[in-house]
Design a protein around this ligand. Structure first.
Ligand SMILES: O=C(CO)[C@H](O)[C@H](O)COP(=O)(O)O
Length: 236
């Protein structure tokens, strides 16, 4: 079974999981290739939900194409569940997210939700976060000072370019990748994140940082993870 098939498998498991929720709720929907598998699997059951809130323009487009109702988060008071992928997840449910550049809206929707269901294949499970470069979304004019501050953490900092992103957003390859919010992304490679909540708090203090892609405060509550044997479910 290849990685695409594993993503599809866990997307279908997430569909089954959310269809156990009472009908008529609003559902938070994440971004990325695994979240796309979930959206496609859920599409025939879209009327189980009164609407969705989306974590990116790409996800909004996909949801609308399938006929889901997409709500403005400001119009949603209660969001019971958010389903999204991750770039890495540790044994406590802390995650690195933002490989697709949607970390800010993902964190906002995660903070609105009562439970975060993380969906991924087993390659995303790690003992310690940091093998995947940590994405940090910034205000563009703060690139210099934020790069200096992040370098003090011991990693190697690089500005994400449009050519380096997985998301095909039609941006000019030689220019910085621009997020849905007009921000840029610094990727910090080579960190060993033994205190995710501490590091998230520390990076949040740096002026110019919009969002760090460490999800420690907004960690996963449930993990659905696929491997060749099937899908396992864990709670944190
Ligand atoms: O955080 C994200 C996007 O900003 C994604 O959830 C993360 O990158 C995982 O993506 P994929 O399912 O394509 O591996």
């Amino acid at each position: 079974m290849n990685q695409d098939q594993l993503k599809q498998l866990v997307g279908e498991a997430a569909r089954d999981e959310v269809l156990k929720l009472a009908a008529g709720q609003v559902l938070g929907v994440g971004t990325g290739s695994t979240a796309n598998c979930f959206i496609d699997a859920l599409a025939p059951h879209k009327h189980h939900f009164s609407g969705t809130v989306s974590s990116s323009n790409a996800t909004t487009e996909r949801l609308l194409k399938h006929g889901f109702k997409v709500l403005d988060p400001n119009d949603v008071d209660v969001l019971p569940t958010y389903v999204d992928g991750a770039d890495e997840i540790d044994p406590a449910g802390h995650m690195i997210k933002g490989g697709g550049g949607a970390l800010t809206r993902e964190k906002i929707i995660a903070s609105m939700a009562k439970q975060f269901i993380c969906i991924c294949d087993a390659s995303k499970q790690v003992a310690v976060l940091g093998n995947f470069a940590l994405p940090v979304e910034i205000i563009p004019l703060s690139k210099g000072i934020v790069t200096q501050e992040l370098a003090k953490l011991g990693g190697t900092v690089s500005l994400r370019m449009a050519k380096d992103t997985r998301a095909d957003l039609g941006q000019t390859p030689s220019q910085p990748f621009v997020t849905d919010n007009g921000g840029w992304i610094l990727d910090v490679a080579g960190l060993k994140i033994t205190n995710p909540l501490g590091l998230e708090t520390q990076i949040n203090q740096i002026a110019g940082v919009i969002t760090v892609g460490l999800f420690a405060k907004e960690k996963a509550d449930i993990l659905l993870v696929s491997n060749v044997l099937g899908v396992s479910r864990m709670t944190f």
